[in-house]
Design a protein around this ligand. Structure first.
Ligand code: NI
Length: 170
C-alpha cells in the first residue's frame, strides 16, 4: 500500500472545515487503508483526512484497546457528544513536526460516528485517547492544536516551525 504525503500546517486544506461523507465507496476504503499505513509509518496515533489533503469528514486513530498491538479504527462524520473535566497535557501533531505544547482538553469524551459499513459507532475515551479524539476532531474543523494556546506561545512555535522549513529548503 502506498504511503501518503502528510501536509504541513502551512497548507490551506488544514484550515477548511471538512465536508461530510455521503458515500462510503471503494475509493474511501482504499484511502483509509493507506492512511492507517501512513499514520503508523510516521509513528502517529491519529490522522485526519485533510492531513493527507482530502477535505472529507473522517479520521483514523489507534484506540489502543489491545495493548502492544495495532488497533486502528476509522470514524466517519464524527461528533463529540459529551465531554467533561478539563486537563492540561503536552501534545504534538504530524502536520507540525517535532513541536509540542501544553493544551487544555477534556479528560473524558464520548465520540459518535460511523464505521466503513455505515454502522453507528460510539466510543467513551479518557486521558490520552480522549485527547487524541479531540485533536483529530479539531483537524476536521480546520483547527490546529496551537490555536488552543496563548498567542505568545503560538507565535513562538510558528517562528520555530518556519525556521525549520527554511532549513529544509536550503
Ligand atoms: Ni494533528
Amino acid at each position: 500500500m502506498p504511503l501518503l504525503k502528510i501536509v504541513n500546517c502551512m497548507d490551506p486544506v488544514l484550515r477548511k472545515k471538512c465536508l461530510k461523507v455521503k458515500n462510503i465507496d471503494e475509493t474511501l476504503i482504499n484511502l483509509t487503508d493507506n492512511m492507517i499505513e501512513t499514520m503508523y509509518n510516521a509513528s502517529g496515533l491519529g490522522l485526519a483526512a485533510n492531513q493527507v489533503g482530502v477535505s472529507s469528514d473522517f479520521f483514523v486513530i489507534d484506540v489502543g484497546i489491545e495493548k502492544e498491538k495495532r488497533d486502528p479504527v476509522i470514524i466517519i462524520n464524527p461528533v463529540i457528544s459529551a465531554s467533561e473535566e478539563k486537563v492540561i497535557a503536552e501534545e504534538g501533531c504530524l502536520s507540525i513536526p517535532e513541536l509540542f505544547a501544553n493544551v487544555k482538553r477534556s479528560q473524558r469524551v464520548e465520540v459518535k460516528g460511523y464505521d466503513l459499513k455505515g454502522n453507528e459507532l460510539r466510543y467513551e475515551a479518557e486521558g490520552f485517547l480522549a485527547r487524541a479524539f479531540q485533536h483529530e476532531m479539531d483537524h476536521l474543523n480546520g483547527v490546529l492544536f496551537w490555536d488552543n494556546i496563548s498567542k505568545v506561545k503560538r507565535d513562538m512555535l510558528q517562528r520555530k516551525f518556519k525556521k525549520k522549513l527554511k532549513e529544509l529548503e536550503v
